[in-house]
Design a protein around this ligand. Structure first.
Ligand code: F3S
Length: 398
């Protein structure tokens, strides 16, 4: 890989340990993927924030970098393992909270915004069309590439952090226009009537196209929340963080549908639900907000919970960013949700919080949420927001 004089100096350690280490990571990555050079990035999103996933080895790695590392571009953080303010209310134990706070301290020292959300594009880290960025949360990477039209590979936590310290990333993969063309035409004949249908659609497309770029036709409209849910699902069950929806997402007008074609019908969506949903009736955990809930979703939750009470056998979380919760406070939605017995899980979510062993069965609107909940040994039910709220109130899926 060709390095400039300044980059060579960074690699030699002239800007300190964190930058040197970061350059080593970026050069190694660049060499593996035959990148010709590094390119500047407009922003970075760092995943790998929960102490649940990092452990002591991860914390030590971060503390080493935090000694002299300062980010050079706007850098935001993925969800942590707990609500940073109200962690006791979510049943997090003292020792976990202490360790999680040490992780956050390290990131804060690096100059990273303690945003703790997987929807940075909803709270101010909003890239421009065509802008090169280095993001490392799969749902956000897919949203940035496909819905915003920015350009990013699916970074790992360390490579994103390295890009933040250097302000650059290797020029390969989805940064190159020649790698961004669609490979497979997906015609959607299925009707999509509720938010969870978009997770089911992501399941079907992800499973079938895997590492190819889908060019999707047959969809007439899509809201931001539907696209957000679809992005999370398609990359969880497939692996390519880029798709096009004709007439809806940017860049789709540049391409014709590829020859290779698959058709998805109502029965495919039904089968996706059958695979994702377990045979379970009693629900002791309901979590909405995967990816993190928008203010519109929080408004819908408040509307459905007005004058209702969450079952005493069920824990109800709204996973969202702290900024979104602050907006919900002002709008009065927080009061309605909390009056019903619901809790806000700011800065975290059902996948990265240490919930393993605490609950038996979760209901959620999100296919990705179900996928990761199974890793936490939970039985899963995916459905509309109305069905999930109903399950929270009755403690049962009906
Ligand atoms: Fe976000 Fe957690 Fe879902 S990080 S996309 S809410 S699994």
């Amino acid at each position: 890989m060709n390095l400039t004089k300044t980059e060579e100096k960074m690699l030699d350690g002239e800007e300190g340990y964190a930058v040197k280490k970061s350059m080593e990571i970026l050069v190694a990555l660049g060499n593996i993927y035959c990148a010709e050079k590094l390119i500047e990035v407009g922003s970075v999103q760092v995943a790998g924030v929960s102490y649940h996933n990092l452990g002591d080895a991860g914390l030590e790695f971060l503390n080493e970098l935090a000694k002299d590392g300062k980010v050079k571009v706007l850098t935001t953080l993925n969800p942590a393992g707990m609500d940073l303010e109200d962690w006791r209310n979510l049943g997090i134990d003292e020792e976990f909270a202490r360790k999680q706070n040490l992780v956050i301290d390290a990131f804060r020292k690096m100059g990273i915004l303690i945003s703790c959300t997987c929807t940075p594009y909803l709270i101010g880290n909003l890239p421009l069309y065509g802008e090169h960025i280095a993001w490392s949360e799969s749902s956000a990477v897919t949203f940035a590439n496909s819905v915003i039209g920015a350009k990013t590979n699916r970074e790992g936590g360390p490579s994103a952090l390295a890009a933040a310290f250097v302000g650059k990333t290797p020029y390969y993969g989805l940064h190159l226009d020649e790698n961004r063309g669609p490979d497979t035409h997906v015609e959607v004949k299925a009707k999509l009537t509720k938010i969870s249908d978009w997770g089911a659609l992501g399941y079907c497309i992800g499973k079938q196209v895997q590492n190819k770029i889908a060019y999707i036709t047959g969809i007439k409209e899509a809201s931001l929340d539907e696209l957000k849910s679809f992005c999370a699902s398609v990359v969880t069950f497939g692996s390519k963080p880029l798709f096009y929806i004709r007439g809806i997402t940017p860049g789709s007008e540049k391409y014709q549908p590829p020859k290779e074609k698959i058709i998805l019908e109502d029965r495919d969506i039904r089968e996706a639900y059958e695979t994702i949903n377990d045979d379970v009736e009693d629900i002791d955990f309901v979590c909405i907000g995967c990816p993190h809930a928008s203010i519109k979703e929080i408004a819908q939750i408040a509307d459905l919970l007005e004058n209702k009470k969450i079952s005493p056998n069920t824990e109800f979380w709204v996973a969202t960013s702290r900024s979104m919760k602050q907006l919900a406070d002002i709008k009065g939605y927080t009061a309605v949700i909390e009056r019903a017995g619901g809790k806000f899980a700011c800065d975290t979510c059902m996948a990265v919080a240490p919930v393993k062993g605490r609950f038996r069965a979760i209901a959620t609107t999100s296919a990705k949420g179900c996928y990761y909940s199974r890793h936490n040994n939970l039985l899963t039910k995916m459905g509309s927001l109305e069905e999930c709220i109903d399950a929270a109130v009755k403690g049962k899926w009906s």
